[in-house]
Design a binder for this molecule. Structure first.
Ligand code: ADP
Ligand code: MG
Length: 654
């Protein structure tokens, strides 16, 4: 097969442009990326050789080699790892394979702040084009005889060709990969051994495989630049903050600062060590359906897999790092791993450890915890319905936006409240934890259904994560207090004492009785007018400022959940709502009075129009739908009614 010319996947070309334009101030990181890849390749071969020892028999010692050639202006990074064959080169160096990444790149382009995000996402191999006019990757996959060469100038296309056997300087390495960068003008600093040494010590010291710098070809000397032992096996006192951070960048393929670090060693019935991190920013693929975590499994320092399902529960999938077991058999297959009891024990212990650390943070550093919660709260909450055994621990970790006005210490916890605090603040007569759910916490804050609660000083939690609809029905209560949606069932507000500050404006009792009769008549009328469109019409306890709202009946599904399910076509028919009207609202009073004087007869109904009071009843319902964010079944009828009513409101023309 001769040379083949291929195009990069569209997103790769875009990524290359973004990289070239955004990271130029930090070019040296390309070396970290290439060394990181070389180290990953050695890790993968070491694992493969467990079952196929012949793969490494000829050359058992792993090594990453750096060399530069001033005359040719080239820098070479070589490894004797697993290598790549033709298909792998095309797949790995021509596309963006990781799920979600292509989407992410498209998003990056659209957002002006995207360039800042590139840093946390990790540009990988393609960063080589920041310093090189052309990159040549020559590789021979372990166990295969044919070598391959990939060449590109990073401008949309690359070539792949077989390497000719015996060609002295073009020949493929016996095993593994050689990346040769033809440096751009102005990038000569990366030929300088001292500069290379500094970069390796800064970014790659934690790499567990020797990184060797070949000194001048003439004196042929070699110098190992890094400590070359697995970072997590070193004593904590010997690891610097920078080393910890760079290791995070390497294992997580992410470039933010870690938010939390856990470095531990468990000794006892089962032995393992671990170095885990929580990122300070949301990884872009957090909500991929695979719910993959980012913890690599090692067995006695040998990398086994980065895709071990049972290692970490999906609701902790934001974890990054390494767990290294002393007890698992090295040659265990990935399939049997899943059901291995040792793995289950490690997973349990690690989960406990992580949740414990989170608890400490939540208690001691609420402002920092708020950042974590903002990033990963929606993920952690998945555990509330998935992990029954840890429900009690998890619920204590949960934080919510709420209607509580921030007090003097209000922002210490980023305005988020925990349930223990909520319960401690419950008002006299309140025996439920009230919440409202919807898409957006700020919109929820303005919902009519919470007015009456606010007036009585009852705090309402604002649940705006889709996952809330799933754990609430299974968790049901906290400290014996039931969770209760303010948009479902009766409000039961009369049991709750008026908040001291708010009980000033009590009306005259006789006037209220008269109002009550008028309201009842109006309710009966509206019920009749709306017939089957609502399940019921009733006077509201929960409204103070708005004239109407919709609620779900006690036994029905909460409205927000129903909307969610409808969006995803899980149900096609929504249940009918209850229309609540506010007897104290001027509009309602006016309609009641109108009904009292006019009666239900409709003297001025014109052709094609319903009587005005019936029109008003329909407008009330549509208004409530709009407040709920629900689409109107007949928007043009709504517009016609509204126009007529406004026109009439200005009085007859003559
Ligand atoms: P990442 O390391 O995050 O997967 P990169 O862009 O750095 O992304 O590398 C892309 C892929 O190319 C790697 O996942 C790997 O499959 C392959 N690759 C890169 N460098 C090497 C190498 N030295 N040896 C073997 N495979 C490599
Ligand atoms: Mg990489």
């Amino acid at each position: 097969m001769s040379e083949q010319k291929l195009s990069f996947q569209a997103e790769v070309s875009r990524l290359l442009e973004i990289v070239a334009n955004s990271l130029y101030a930090n070019k040296e990181i390309f070396l970290r990326e290439l060394i990181s890849n070389a180290s990953d390749a050695c890790d993968r071969l070491r694992y493969a050789a467990l079952t196929q020892p012949e793969l490494t028999a000829a050359d058992p010692d792993y090594k990453i080699t750096l060399s530069s050639d001033a005359k040719a202006r080239t820098l070479t990074v070589a490894d004797n790892g697993i290598g790549m064959n033709r298909d792998e080169m095309i797949e790995n160096l021509g596309t963006i394979a990781r799920s979600g990444t292509a989407n992410f790149v498209r998003e990056l382009e659209e957002k002006p702040e995207g360039v800042n995000l590139i840093g946390q996402f990790g540009v990988g191999f393609y960063s080589a084009f920041m310093v090189a006019d052309s990159v040549e990757v020559t590789s021979r996959r372990a166990g295969e005889s044919q070598g391959w060469r990939w060449v590109s100038d990073g401008r949309g296309e690359f070539t792949v060709a077989e390497t000719p056997e015996g060609d002295e300087d073009g020949d493929a390495p016996a095993r593994g990969t050689r990346v040769v960068l033809k440096l751009k003008k102005g990038q000569e600093e990366f030929l300088d051994p001292l500069r290379l040494e500094r970069i390796v010590r800064t970014y790659s010291d934690h790499i567990a495989i020797p990184v060797v710098l070949v000194k001048d070809a003439e004196d042929g000397g070699e110098q190992t630049l890094n400590a070359a032992s697995a970072l997590w096996t070193r004593p904590k006192s010997e690891i610097s903050e920078d080393q910890y951070k760079e290791f995070y960048h390497h294992v997580a393929h992410a470039f933010d600062e870690p938010w939390l670090r856990l470095h531990f060693k468990a000794e006892g019935v089962i032995e393992y060590s671990g170095l885990l991190y929580l990122p300070s920013t949301k990884p872009f693929d957090l909500f991929q359906p695979e719910r993959k975590h980012g913890v690599k499994l090692y067995v006695r320092r040998v990398f086994v897999t980065d895709d071990c399902e049972g290692l970490v529960p999906p609701y902790l999938r934001f974890l990054r790092g390494v767990i290294d077991s002393e007890d698992l058999p090295l040659n265990i297959s990935r399939e049997t791993l899943q059901t291995n009891p040792v793995l289950a024990k490690i997973s349990k212990a690690v989960t406990k450890r992580v949740l414990n650390e989170l608890k400490k943070k939540a208690e001691k550093k609420p402002e920092e915890y708020a950042t974590f919660w903002d990033n990963f709260g929606p993920v952690l909450k998945e555990g509330l319905y998935e992990d029954e055994g840890r429900r009690e621990t998890l619920i204590e970790l949960a934080r919510f936006a709420s209607t509580r006005a921030s007090g003097p210490d209000g922002d210490r916890d980023g305005g988020m409240v925990g349930l223990a605090d909520y319960v401690a603040r419950m008002v006299e007569g309140q025996d439920a934890i009230y919440y409202i759910s919807g898409q957006d916490a700020e919109a929820l804050r303005k919902s009519p259904q919470i007015e009456g609660f606010a007036a009585k000083g009852v705090e309402v939690l604002l649940m705006s994560d889709p996952v809330d609809e799933f754990w609430l029905p299974v968790v049901r209560e906290y400290q014996g207090k039931a969770f209760k949606s303010v948009t479902r069932g009766g409000a039961e507000l009369d049991k709750i004492a008026d908040a001291a500050a708010d009980s000033a404006k009590d009306g005259d009792a006789a006037e209220e009785d008269a109002d009550a009769a008028g309201t009842d008549a109006l309710i009966a009328f509206v019920k009749l007018a709306l017939k089957d469109e609502v399940k019921d019409v009733r006077a509201s306890e929960r409204l103070t400022d708005s004239p109407v709202c919709l609620v779900a009946d006690e036994g029905d599904m909460d409205m927000h959940l129903e909307r969610l399910l409808k969006q995803h076509s899980q149900i096609d028919q929504a249940s009918r709502r209850i229309l609540e009207i506010n007897p104290k609202h001027a509009l309602i009073r006016r309609l009641a009075a109108e009904l009292g004087t006019r009666g239900t007869a409709a003297p001025d109904a014109v052709d094609g129009e319903a009587p005005p009071l019936e029109e008003a009843a329909r407008l009330l319902l549509d208004q409530a739908r709009i407040l709920e964010g629900e689409p109107l079944p007949d928007p043009s009828a709504f517009a016609r009614r509204l126009s007529r009513l406004v026109a009439r409101g200005f009085g007859p023309e003559s």
